[in-house]
Design a protein around this ligand. Structure first.
Ligand SMILES: [Mn+2]
Length: 236
């Protein structure tokens, strides 16, 4: 049986759920079976979803409400999907009690960080001087900036010891202070945190870029997905 990968994705203001096909494709290519959790309120339903799945991906999308990390929204903060915030935080609360793998991508790494008590820069361009464009104009499957891998981290292992990985970049927010138990595994040259992992045995990895859009072009990004799906297959 293929490992079942539960996707947390976009939920708009009327509760419509959708996920970009490229997440599903990347899961398929690495040997997993993707399923999507639509907006639901019942905690038991969310718990059962947590039980059914072998691993979870928190996907990209809108900004998280700064109220969840103790700040008022700045003028540069983007639109918020309130139903999505609620669902993902409720799901995270249950998922974190299991031992199942988590892969958190773009908004996902920010959700992971906030759910563990960390904070975010609400807007990189107005808060941090940088020569790097974290909102690339090129298509999403084109690498833009590189990231430097911290040696000795899981990403260093995945990358076969390589110090540099090419990333794409579609974010204007980023991790400011790290959530509980998280450590950095890659930075951009301007210091922006681009990847994190949880200390210990538990497979929790977050990437600020979109590896699912680079799996056909870059072997290291493909291995990010392979590693996750493999971990989901080994669980329970
Ligand atoms: Mn970036």
């Amino acid at each position: 049986m293929k490992p079942i990968i539960g996707l947390l994705a976009e939920i708009d203001s009327d509760g419509t759920a959708k996920v970009k096909g490229t997440y599903a494709e990347a899961i398929e290519k690495s040997g997993g079976l993707p399923i999507l959790l639509p907006y639901v309120k019942d905690g038991e339903v969310i718990s059962q979803f947590t039980e059914i799945c072998d691993g979870f991906i928190f996907t990209g999308g809108a900004d998280i409400s700064p109220l969840y990390y103790g700040e008022e929204p700045s003028a540069a903060c983007g639109a918020i999907q309130h139903l999505r915030d609620k669902l993902e935080l409720a799901a995270f609360e249950r998922i974190i009690r299991t031992n199942k793998p988590i892969l958190a991508i773009c908004r996902g790494i920010q959700l992971l960080n906030v759910a563990l008590g960390g904070t975010l820069y609400q807007d990189i361009p107005s808060e941090i001087p940088s020569d790097i464009s974290h909102r690339q104009l090129e298509p999403v499957d084109s690498p833009s900036h590189s990231v430097t891998v911290v040696s000795g981290t899981p990403l260093s292992h995945i990358a076969g010891g390589a110090e540099i990985i090419t990333a794409n970049s579609f974010h204007h927010q980023a991790i400011k202070t790290l959530g509980r138990g998280l450590s950095v595994m890659a930075n951009a040259d301007d210091g922006i945190i681009e990847a994190v992992y949880a200390d210990g045995e538990r497979y929790i990895r977050g990437y600020q870029w979109h590896p699912e859009r680079l799996v056909d072009k870059d072997e290291k990004n493909k291995r990010i997905f392979d590693s996750f799906i493999k971990a989901c297959g080994c669980e329970e």
